[in-house]
Write a protein that binds this ligand. Sequence first.
Ligand code: KIV
Ligand code: ZN
Length: 518
Amino acid sequence: MSDTRTITIFDTTLRDGEQSPGASMNLNEKMEIAQALGDLGVDIIEAGFPIASPGDFEAVREISGALRDTTICGLARCNEKDIDRAWEALKHAEKPRIHVFLATSAIHREFKLKMTPEKIIETAIAGVTRAVGYCDDVEFSPEDAARTEHDFLCEVVERAIEAGATTVNIPDTVGYATPEQMGETIEMLVNRVPNIDKAVVSVHCHNDLGLAVANSLAAVANGAGQIECTINGIGERAGNCSLEEVVMAMRTRGDFYDCRTRIETERLVPTSRLVAAVTGIQVQRNKAIVGRNAFAHEAGIHQDGMLKERTTYEIMRPEDVGFAKTDLVLGKHSGRAALADRARALGFRLTGQQLQNVFEQFKVLADKKKEIYDGDIAALIQQELDDVTNEEWSLSSFKVTASTDGAPHVSLTLERGGETFTEELSDGDGPIDCVFWATEKITGISVVCKEYHVRSATIGRDAQGEATLMVEHQGQTYRGRGVSTDTVEATIRALLNAVNRIAAALDDGAAEPTSTVD
Ligand code: KIV
Ligand code: ZN
């Protein structure tokens, strides 16, 4: 009989992933991603850090109510308030998990927490005990474990398990470990902690040295049973272990790792595209598994080999990770069912009303454009998801002129609560700068533009233009996205999208950064 292990996939796209600068998501976007993660087959979704903001709390609560087959996890520091708040958000979940964490490395103990090792143990035990009082499934993370002295790490892990932790997660918080070292640490814990068999050993690797996937695999090879990861590897700084890479490594090299996961790998590309569209963090072309070039063969010798026998140059089949054979999909005569089908293939799950709205926009676009590609559909859907956010400001009309002969001119009319506000300006370094000034004057929200991109959503001169931008307001980064066949209009919509996010965050009282600092 085979003793192939099934590795638990713990997805933290909605928590650690959301900590990527500018990646904060609204409730609709989080729900959309949570549904996609459920369809993908992840075992656990870390849906947020409930104490961090009302928005995080709401997301954990809503996702707990909506996904009944997946374990839903909420993060908490080792203190009563955090844990109580996490439970408040999770209590209606079918399968709740509380994840408590406390830093253990000497650097964190001395400079961040100012706690003695004894105090750390006492606090960890108290935190796990409180969480266990609420639910049976409790995960404990000694933050910065990879830089924690082995003897102390063993003691903390043993005491956390004794207090009732059912999963002990070993984070490489700053991405400092190497694969050999991570493997040795897991092996050391498995051999030295007497009650280790009472808990699942997990690993949580950051990618500062580009080693997060390698470190996670080394942990698995040495006994870890759970991997924490994110779609597209997004997360703090250089990000986390990439779910699609680690899952496909275990599947493709099952001969070596002798383990499997429950991931529906054909959903990887649609889920990756969804996360990229929602967060605005695009995947590089050459990204393993889900990048546009991941299965593109350019060299003649390779193409020749591929034609003779695919496996000469391909270790995975594109269809196994969800690449469609063609992306030319719909036209003027396509119906709602075809659109719904394509939307699902792209990773979106639309409600009846959302589908109806997108379908109406689709018909308008189909009148302007003969061929509608996946990129067009994704752009329309994303626009719909953006639109249902707490839209405080919306575009009523605009007129922009630019020439080589004089200052640009803008006349912009925005709407808020049924009232319209107009600003006329002849100033700025070009029409886009002028649009920024006019928007700022009307909304009273001033921003510093950190990034601005315009790209075509698909091929062809009639393609929709997609504008994305990152702006800073009071030290926080916000993203915006807008789509139109007119690129100036797309830019205005992107700016309003960012302004609306700022307005919503200010209403939410979430101007403070989501922080994992104790
Ligand atoms: O990187 C880290 O240490 C974390 C913990 C909260 C698990 O994200
Ligand atoms: Zn982390």
